[in-house]
Design a protein around this ligand. Structure first.
Ligand SMILES: *[C@@H]1O[C@H](CO)[C@@H](O)[C@H](O)[C@H]1NC(C)=O
Length: 348
């Protein structure tokens, strides 16, 4: 029997829907739907503590961020210290305190030790890239020889030589494959120029072709599912099995269907990867929802806003009220992710 035999087995799959406050109402609804999916497909019990409910407190004794404006992995417009964003000290004095559990700060050295010879993969839109940059800068503290890494279609990433760990981001804003299709006939259908055809059942090539390399995957999607990105003249049209879905789906139903079908795609692939006949290595995979949306929503103070580093950037792009200053709120995502990962690997 032909089985797909990757050289390495992904141990853990994590799903994140990171949401900014502009889109929160829509996506909170979506993420509760997704939660349900994830719970039923999860193959092992979850950690009893919920890191995603809690409150922010100002803690002047909270240790300083792990890195500053000199981290070589920065993306300019998120480098708020260098761009002289006001209140950076205060922004980084807020500490997320989960309701029923202790959130400890990541220990970069022990995290990299735990991940030795493994690779971590971020897939999604620029908010996951934002998460990645924060992660790379934190981990670099434990391995200053970290080098930029951009292979296999990665947009951004780093290799940590002392631990043989790669952490990288692949861009796939909708997660599913989509393609521009210009209008064929000259018959004008109410100003439409063409459509973006989304195959709800086919993952984007950007990530589907490199699954063998990675052990831990963090997915996100969110802010591309809006009419600002895909207005009525150039809408998304959803396909399944290569045929248009009928009746046609609106944008937000499309998001729901894509998330469900990506989760079942991963589930199905992994069932194959984890088939016990595959080296007798039934590692078990876990899919978890990282609900960073809720805790981040309180932190409208921590966006790059007008501090984008370039003159006229605001005139051209507008303020950035979506990504997060680095260092800043994503440090908390890193801490939660690290703790969940420790819990997961150390109890096995
Ligand atoms: C580094 O890790 C990869 C797996 O990601 C493994 O195949 C390789 O043998 C490791 N290299 C060393 C030098 O340990």
């Amino acid at each position: 029997m032909q089985l797909k035999l990757p050289s390495k087995l992904p141990y853990l799959i994590l799903l994140s829907v990171i949401v900014v406050y502009l889109y929160s109402t829509i996506l909170l609804q979506q993420s509760s739907t997704l939660s349900a999916t994830v719970t039923t497909t999860s193959s092992s019990t979850s950690v009893s503590c919920n890191f995603f409910q809690g409150r922010w407190v100002v803690d002047p004794k909270f240790p300083k961020p792990f890195y500053d404006e000199t981290c070589p992995f920065h993306r300019n417009s998120w480098n708020c210290i260098r761009n002289k964003r006001e209140n950076m000290v205060l922004i980084n004095s807020w500490k997320w305190v989960p309701k029923d559990c202790d959130l400890t700060r990541i220990d970069p050295k022990s995290f990299l030790g735990l991940m030795r010879n493994k690779n971590i993969w971020f897939v999604g839109d620029s908010l996951n890239e934002n998460f990645l940059v924060s992660f790379l800068c934190v981990l670099r503290v434990a391995d200053v020889g970290a080098k930029k890494w951009k292979k296999m279609g990665a947009w951004r990433g780093a290799y940590f030589p002392n631990f043989n760990v790669t952490v990288a981001y692949h861009r796939a804003v909708l997660l599913a494959r989509y393609e521009w299709q210009p209008l064929k006939s000259a018959v004008d259908s109410e100003g439409s120029k063409g459509t973006y055809c989304v195959d709800v059942d086919i993952p984007a090539d950007d990530w589907a072709t490199v699954t063998d390399f990675y052990d831990v995957v963090i997915f996100n999607t969110g802010h591309w599912w809006g009419y600002d990105k895909f207005p009525m003249e150039t809408p998304l049209v959803f396909y399944r099995d290569g045929k248009p879905i009928f009746p046609s789906l609106g944008l937000f139903d499309g998001l729901k269907v894509v998330l469900q079908s990506m989760v079942s795609y991963i589930q199905k692939e992994l069932d194959t990867w984890f088939n016990p006949s595959n080296n007798g290595a039934p590692h078990g995979t876990e899919i978890r929802l990282l609900e960073f949306s809720h805790l981040s929503e309180f932190r409208a103070d921590a966006h790059p806003a007008v501090w984008l580093g370039k003159r006229d950037a605001v005139a051209i792009w507008g303020q950035d009220c979506m990504h997060w200053c680095l260092p800043g709120v994503p440090a908390t995502w890193v801490d939660i992710f690290s703790q969940l990962t420790h819990n997961r690997f150390e109890t096995r």
